[in-house]
Design a protein around this ligand. Sequence first.
Ligand code: FAD
Ligand code: NAP
Length: 335
Amino acid sequence: MNIIPQHSLLEFNTLAVPAVAEYFAQVSSDKDIFECLAFAKKNKLVVKVLGGGSNVVMSEFIPGLVVQFCAQDCKVIQETDQSVTVKVEAGFNWHDFVLYCLSQDWYGIENLAYIPGHVGAAPVQNIGAYGVEVKDCIKAVNGVYLDGGDAFTLLADECGFGYRESCFKQALNGQVLITSVEFLLSKVPDVQVSYAPLNKMSAEKGLPTPSELARWVIEVRQSKLPDPKTLPNAGSFFKNPVVSTPDFNRLIERYPSMPNYPQENGVKLPAGWLIDQLGYKGKSFGHVSVHKLQALVLINLGGTGKDVIAAANQVCEAVEECYGVVLEQEPRLFH
Ligand code: FAD
Ligand code: NAP
């Protein structure tokens, strides 16, 4: 393992913003981690953990030691006729893991196909798509505390999972390195097709197998979402806001066609729709623009992290001014 000074992270973030880490190391064992923690302690550096860089906005200079955990082992630790528990190291590519599970006839995460990033980041924001959240298949999360290197295991109900939320974004923010995740997967297919595009396809073609469903998800995503390799982006830039019932009643009176999804704590509104109604699809803010097909995605063509945040702030201000709704940014600041 090498600890490299002044390392460019341009190719380590899907927004492709220019960024240099004061120090950078790719680690793949406990020994590597402890070496990094000792180096950081000796040189008084803060340790920052990076996965695949698909949900971060980087600043141009990142002080401290940026660590990327690369180990990718995957092993079965428990199995019955009905289910399997697999322990997967954090460096495993998420989409490859979904495909691997399908090849083994293990089910539950097929709706989460084609989400970029690493397995270790999946619990951080409790990744979700098409009505499925990863929390429902997570049994435990293992890692080490960056301050001291002690190991921890958190069971799913100790992870504070919520809508694109977890304790790793709150109380444990910046304090741990997740080294592996344990998933409890079913051997019995139970496909979830409640979201409109999947529902429509299953009405036309019949209920899919889990592998077919993953292919549909991939197809829909490829048709709507820009590929970060050609149009750098970090996926949805804003979370869908959940507004109170009185606020919702006020808005639906003004915008009777506004899509809405009742939740336990209010009503979820699609942030993409709110932005689209402002006529912002394709709108440019210098090097950063709102994607022309999907208003929730910001595209970066040559801007810095600061430019991305400035554009995001302009979108937020316009949404708040028009609807009185405050949007929350989804990608994490990495600075
Ligand atoms: P990074 O961006 O590297 O990191 C994200 C955060 O997690 C950072 O705060 C980082 O410090 C922390 N982190 C990463 N790895 C670890 C670790 N091992 N230990 C501790 N902390 C860690 N998200 C969804 O939920 N649903 C989607 O459908 C979806 N679609 C997307 C589509 C596109 C085109 C893109 C670009 C992004 C999309 N995302 C989606 C967002 C993103 O892919 C996910 O949040 C993903 O889990 C981020 O993984 P990553 O490895 O790239 O994490
Ligand atoms: P979409 O189908 O155009 O729907 C727009 C929004 O409405 C979605 O964000 C979704 O919320 C919500 N929605 C749609 N049908 C719903 C239902 N039946 N019940 C509850 N909420 C519903 O969305 P899209 O942009 O093409 O994305 C499809 C899925 O992929 C969504 O789940 C989305 O979250 C996920 N995705 C996430 C990212 C990311 O970076 N986070 C990027 C791309 C896609 P939810 O977001 O709560 O599901």
